[in-house]
Design a binder for this molecule. Structure first.
Ligand SMILES: [Zn+2]
Length: 385
């Protein structure tokens, strides 16, 4: 893994300063709730966030020549002064500043933050490659300058993944001026999306024989990658055994969870793309089906293994879409007006049972702890409908 940094040093400092502030707010809130002072926490949060958005502190002239450490120390002094004007309890203000300085020392930079998230994803991805003939691609992380995007980027976050000679290149564009509390905690979700959905697609020899398969890493029309895999990568990111970076303290899990869920639901809304929404809902239905029918077989792991394997196989998108549709067709509620309530209930149960009978042999006959995912994929894509 390597990182290429095209962010302006000015933006890098602002992003790091904001990250330190947002993390400090969460850490302080946890302390306040532990000490039964939770009612103070909302006031602190809104005050710090409004200082951050109003402050001229981030003007380029002020931080141009300073190192990040001295810049953060200047910021600590300014925050101490401004918080003193608005927060009556000096103990809380002092605790904020103490926590801020501690964060400023341990957090280091947003670049290292992103690198450690990507390392965690690479580490977790390894076990999916143990029983496949290919290996993890080299990943290059690029911090892109949002002003260079065409058309100009208006959102706080965006990302794109490219195929390169040596592997995959994930570029994250972060706007320093509009980066707010919610967007900051959505960054790991976006990085995870690029990593699992796009960087790990079309790697292993698939089931197409000699048919060349174009790499379609970023096609939003591809329901598989954009919808199904988006839900799957969120399950991975928040899985109990995902190795979150050491600096991602337990109190930061809650804002990460909340921000990720908001982002996922916004992206899967049909108004933001019907293909993505279709793939996403198929994955959600399948996750609950696996949990119900394969409860004794680590159902989430079965779904993740099947999904990651299908994504890394070089397959024509139609074939991936076919496997997805197989689940969707067996799990969707009946269409409006086709049946009376009783017979449509019976019909749904029959379809779920049929799906179970089709895929159960690939799950019950397993080597070690893994489902026979690749055999299941070959089987599904060979079916007539
Ligand atoms: Zn995508």
């Amino acid at each position: 893994m390597e990182t290429v940094d095209h962010l302006h040093p000015h933006d890098l400092k602002i992003l790091t300063a904001k990250a330190v502030c947002f993390r400090t707010v969460v850490r302080l809130e946890e302390k306040l709730f532990t000490n039964d002072q939770g009612s103070e926490s909302l006031a602190i949060r809104s005050r710090v966030l409004s200082i951050l958005s109003d402050l001229e502190l981030f003007a380029a002239a002020k931080i141009k020549d300073s190192e990040i450490a001295s810049f953060l120390e200047d910021l600590a002094k300014t925050l101490e002064y401004l918080l003193g004007l608005y927060i009556e309890n000096p103990l809380i203000r002092d605790e904020f500043i103490r926590t801020f300085r501690d964060e400023a020392t341990s957090y280091r930079s947003i670049r290292q933050d992103l690198e450690s998230w990507l390392q965690a994803m690479l580490q977790y991805a390894r076990h999916y490659f143990e029983d496949s003939p290919c290996s993890l691609p080299n990943i290059q992380l690029v911090l892109g300058a949002p002003e260079l995007r065409d058309p100009p980027q208006t959102e706080s976050l965006s990302a794109v993944t490219h195929w390169t000679e040596s592997g995959r290149q994930i570029t994250l564009f972060l706007r320093s001026d509009s980066m707010d509390f919610e967007s900051f905690f959505q960054i790991p979700y976006l990085l995870s999306h690029e990593f699992w959905c796009h960087a790990l697609s079309n790697i292993c020899e698939g089931i197409e024989g000699s048919v060349p398969v174009p790499w379609r890493g970023c096609d939003p029309q591809d329901a598989w990658e954009e919808g199904w895999m988006d839900h799957v990568q969120r399950l991975i990111l928040l899985a109990s055994d995902f190795p979150m970076p050491p600096h991602h303290l337990p109190c930061l899990v809650s804002p990460l969870y909340r921000a990720s869920s908001q982002y996922e639901h916004a992206r899967s809304d049909p108004s933001n793309g019907i293909h993505r929404s279709y793939g996403w809902s198929a994955a959600v239905l399948s996750a609950s089906f696996f949990r119900q029918y394969f409860a004794a077989f680590k159902p989430d792991e079965l779904l993740l293994d099947f999904s990651v394997k299908l994504n890394i196989l070089k397959c024509l998108p139609e074939r991936k879409g076919k496997a997805l549709a197989f689940f969707k067709n067996h799990l969707s509620p009946p269409e409006f007006g086709n049946d009376d309530a009783l017979s449509s209930d019976r019909n749904m149960l029959e379809r779920r049972n049929r799906l179970f009978r089709r895929i159960a042999p690939f799950i019950f006959v397993r080597s070690g702890t893994k489902a026979a995912s690749i055999e299941l994929i070959k089987f599904l894509s060979s079916l007539e409908n």
